[in-house]
Design a protein around this ligand. Sequence first.
Ligand code: TEU
Ligand code: CA
Length: 554
Amino acid sequence: MNQTWWKEAVIYQIYPRSFMDSNGDGIGDIKGITSRLDYLKYLGVDVIWLSPIYKSPNDDNGYDISDYQAIMDEFGTMEDFDEMLSQAHKRGLRIIMDLVVNHTSDEHKWFMESRKSKDNEYRDYYIWRDGKDAKTPPNNWGSCFGGSAWQYDETTGMYYLHLFSKKQPDLNWDNPNVRKDVFDMMTWWCDKGIDGFRMDVISMISKTKEMPDGPAADFYGDYSPYCVHGPNIHKYLREMNEKVLSKYDIMTVGETPGVTTELAKQYAGEDGRELNMVFHFEHVDNHGKYGKWDDQKWQLTKLKKILNHWQTELYGKAWNSLFWDNHDQPRAVSRFGDDREQYRDISAKMLATCLHMMQGTPYIYQGEELGMTNYPFQSPADFRDIESINAYDEWCSSGRVSHEDFWPCITFRSRDNARTPVQWDDSDQAGFTSGTPWIAVNPNYKEINAKAETKDPNSVFHYYKKLIALRKENPIMVYGRYEPMLEDSEELFVFTRTLDDKKLLAVCNFTDQDTGFTIPEEFVGSSCLIANMEDDYNKAVMTLKPYEAFVLMK
Ligand code: TEU
Ligand code: CA
């Protein structure tokens, strides 16, 4: 298996709006990021993935771009960006940008032109169709943010496609001019010295021409099967690779909703003809009675089946991205761990152990290294995210579901859980801003904050720092072959990694119960690489404490 820097790296995702505010307007910004680079260097991460910082009306917090080569007003200037990039590189930190090219903002000049007339030169930059009749959209596709995926436009009496908000019209990638303009823009950013791209819903850029009705999209986060992994997806990604990506020492990760291990071998194959790695969503897309709006936790055997499958299927063929959360997901410790006072710290460390001992590039979402938790939403007025606001309207305000039934589901899964400000210290607004934050700070910031944790050697922060350091010292964590164990256990997540004559055993108790475990003979008495509590590994038969995690290596 070829060895590369992006396989050995640990990546830290920054959601700039909520990371650090430098000018007191309550909104995170680029100068704020620059002021925290030393913190990230100290944590030990190698690459920073920046969620979008381009000019945007912020209908979807920057995932609706109106100018790909200008910086969002609230975030600062291009000079601020250049300074941040240079300061990051001085610290040996790489910066990858969020490439959002499945769609633009409806305020992008391309769309402003496209909607003017049917014969405008930019008309075919987007996907326009006649309705079935004046009142009926071309098909039954749903938008991920609710309602139809088609918006009627009076000027030319046609509908345009938007798989997300109506202010996010989908680009027509079948148009070679679109591909050329996108590739030119990517080249411009690469020539500025960035180190790669995370590619937003890149599996959606090729749609089937026919666009027939799909299974009626009744739930949020659903999209028609006709708009993922379309007929030209690999052709376009290979063109992108050939014309841009292959010319630079950069890394790429595709956000590929709907991807399977088979497709991942094409998107992120070792042949390097498309992308370096992809995010799959099988472990975070569990749906319940209201689609994604569900407050049920995974049955561990189901979660293990998914993650074991991705580990074993991709080995030697493609590269995994490893994550528990991001800006679209609830906080990891609240969803997969246990954010009750007595278990938050220990279960956050257990989750970190489990993820960082798997094969793939680990992603740390801002605040995950502190064990930040979901937010205690009190009312729909607390939401800022278009997805949550629309969902509450569509499910509750419409009377379809009672507030009592729906509230636990939407508050558990709302993307706003991950978008509350990073908790830097115990001062007012957790040191995020000297003003009023655009979204409320989690009231638990007095106990959970970077200032306290960087000083406490037993904090979640220092546990992540140790895991990251171990990855640099132990190639087995990067290149070792993964083998699952105890797949039927509903309590323990256990697996080994093997590289040359070394072998490690990772054991994680995902429950709040004492759980018996027998250390395999070959590991009894081996050295302990890391553990989230004191224990004796010299005796074969053990009783693991709630959320106990340890790694032995021989
Ligand atoms: O997310 C795409 C996507 O699939 C998410 O909408 C996800 O399915 C959903 O949020 C789960 O609840 C990307 C970005 O990460 C997201 O922030 C954007 O809203 C979206 O694309 C549109 O750009
Ligand atoms: Ca600001």
